[in-house]
Design a protein around this ligand. Structure first.
Ligand code: BES
Ligand code: MN
Ligand code: ZN
Length: 505
């Protein structure tokens, strides 16, 4: 979908659908919406008075225009909730529902005012950006493997009406929204892609394509190099698979020499059957998403390069399947990771932390200013926080606080769990330095503590995206920007916002 910003008056814009807004509890529309109401002969006010337009969040009312005071053929009035309680999330939900409405009405294009700005301290730029991103992301589809049932309609353009005179700023916001959504949608495509298609080799090729497009340095290691470098943990998980593993390092360099370096590390299990500790059949198909962390690395490096981020990014991921076979790794096996620490495998289904051990140790060795890892790591985290918060764990509270703040700002919200030493008792073993599971209790935390063994003293944040990588069930009213089949692309916007605040700190 094309995105443009046009300086115009709302009543003059020629469009099949014009989106305006109302707040809950307001008896009269205001601003642009009031101008449209007047042009519509007071229809919006009457619908408010009759209670048909409530202004509640996640509501849309479409009105046809039969008069001539307004050029738009239809008007959609979205609800933003109570003005005093406005959050940027209400703006995202409203914009996504409006975009879906345009699609449902089979329109080629639609236009919208920027809404929510000035209420509750929200700036025009932030409101516009949230709206733009949400509109694009709401119309995302994954139809690569559909033939007969592919949807025929496409909304081709969205015009954002600029009622003020900050055309340059809003053009910049639109450009940023565009490249951000490209990155988020790349993560979605990779995350949702079936495992017979998104293999470790395919992931490494996708990383290479980004490197080629932006002239970035990339290293891809296969089995031989992994062996030569002592990355035995990645090799252990790969033992049961006929697909070769891939270890990928992507380097984006910011302009100048003073920039900080952020290492972004991702879990790249292209399919997680559990291995010898095999999973139940129910829902196992979702384990095609188990490489979302690696996809996030690819997507974020792409965004960093496209957006000329002022932070160096070291993207690292290991990719492999986790399958049972005669050669698969087994409970009771012991392996030595890249940093020399040994681990006892107690459950082969706790494979994410195993491949991350080598990846994190490699990243730490590069001495970045910080490491952030993304992993669909534990069912425990998914159960604890559900769809709406990523589990955050860290060895550095200042860094954790920055990611928590970026979560609020970007909408990719995070919630911290403690990495208290006492939980570490659960991953002690007589057999090795550490064991790969700590039992069912505090499963997200013991996984985090396992990872902590491999980052040395580099400031590090672990993000468990098991619950947030894909949206479960019908998200129409809670997160309409996450359409089916449900991959969200969580993390890309989080890191962008984090870097903007961190780069000069
Ligand atoms: N990939 C799974 C975690 C997961 C579960 C992600 C549900 C998304 C949705 C991970 O590899 C796993 O199997 N974890 C085990 C760990 C356990 C064996 C200690 C789990 O959470 O059950
Ligand atoms: Mn597993
Ligand atoms: Zn897994």
């Amino acid at each position: 979908m094309d995105l443009r910003v046009q300086q115009a008056s709302v009543t003059d814009i020629d469009t099949p659908l014009l989106v305006v807004n109302v707040f809950e509890g307001a008896s009269q529309p205001r601003g642009d919406t009031a101008a449209v109401d007047t042009a519509l002969g007071g229809q919006i006010s009457r619908l408010i008075a009759d209670g048909e337009i409530s202004g509640e969040p996640a509501t849309v009312t479409v009105i046809h225009n039969s008069g001539n005071g307004l050029k738009a053929r239809r008007v959609a009035v979205v609800g933003l909730g109570k003005e005093a309680e406005l959050e940027v999330e209400n703006v995202r939900v409203a914009a996504a529902l409006a975009a879906r409405k345009a699609h449902e009405l089979k329109l080629e294009s639609f236009a919208t005012v920027v809404y929510g700005a000035a209420a509750n301290g929200l700036s025009v730029e932030d409101a516009a950006r949230a709206m733009m991103e949400s509109s694009i992301l709401a119309l995302y589809r994954y139809e690569q493997f559909k033939e007969a049932t592919r949807s025929k309609h496409e909304v081709k353009s969205l015009t954002v009406i600029n009622a003020e005179s900050n055309q340059q700023q809003l053009d910049g916001v639109a450009e940023l929204a565009r490249i951000t959504c490209d990155a988020v949608m790349k993560v979605r495509d990779l995350s949702v892609g079936p495992a017979n298609f998104v293999t470790p080799t395919y992931l490494s090729e996708q990383a290479r394509a980004v490197a080629d497009q932006y002239g970035l340095e990339i290293t891809v290691w296969g089995k031989d190099e992994l062996r030569a470098h002592g990355m035995n943990a990645i090799l252990a998980v790969n033992q049961g698979s006929v697909q070769p593993p891939a270890f990928v390092v992507l380097r984006y360099k910011a302009a100048g020499t003073a920039a900080k370096t952020l290492a972004v590390v991702g879990k790249g299990i292209t399919f997680d059957s559990g291995g010898i500790s095999i999973k139940h059949a129910d829902g196992m198909e979702y384990m095609r998403h188990d490489m979302t962390g690696a996809a996030t690395v690819i997507g974020f490096v792409q965004l960093a390069a496209a957006g000329k981020l002022a932070v160096n990014v070291l993207g690292v991921f290991a990719a492999t399947e986790n399958l049972p076979s005669g050669s698969a790794y087994k409970p009771g096996d012991v392996f030595k990771a890249y940093n020399g620490k040994t681990m006892e495998i107690v459950n082969t289904d706790a494979e994410g932390r195993v491949i991350l051990s080598d990846s994190l140790a490699y990243a730490a060795e590069q001495k970045p200013d910080a490491i952030v890892d993304f992993a669909t790591l534990t069912g425990a985290c998914q159960i604890a926080l559900g769809d709406h918060a990523t589990g955050l764990m860290s060895n550095n509270q200042a860094l954790a606080d920055r990611l928590l703040a970026a979560g609020e700002k970007s909408g990719d919200r995070c919630w911290q769990l403690p990495l208290w030493k006492v939980y570490g008792e659960q991953i002690k073993t007589a057999m090795a330095d550490v064991r790969n599971t700590g039992g069912r209790r505090a499963g997200a935390i013991t996984a985090g503590l396992f990872l902590k063994e491999f980052v040395g003293d580099v400031p590090w944040v672990h993000l468990d995206i098991a619950g947030t990588a894909y949206a479960d069930g019908d998200q129409t009213y809670v997160a309409p920007y996450n359409p089916k089949p449900g991959a969200t692309g969580v993390g890309v916007r989080l890191l962008w916002h984090f870097c903007q605040a961190w780069k000069d700190a």
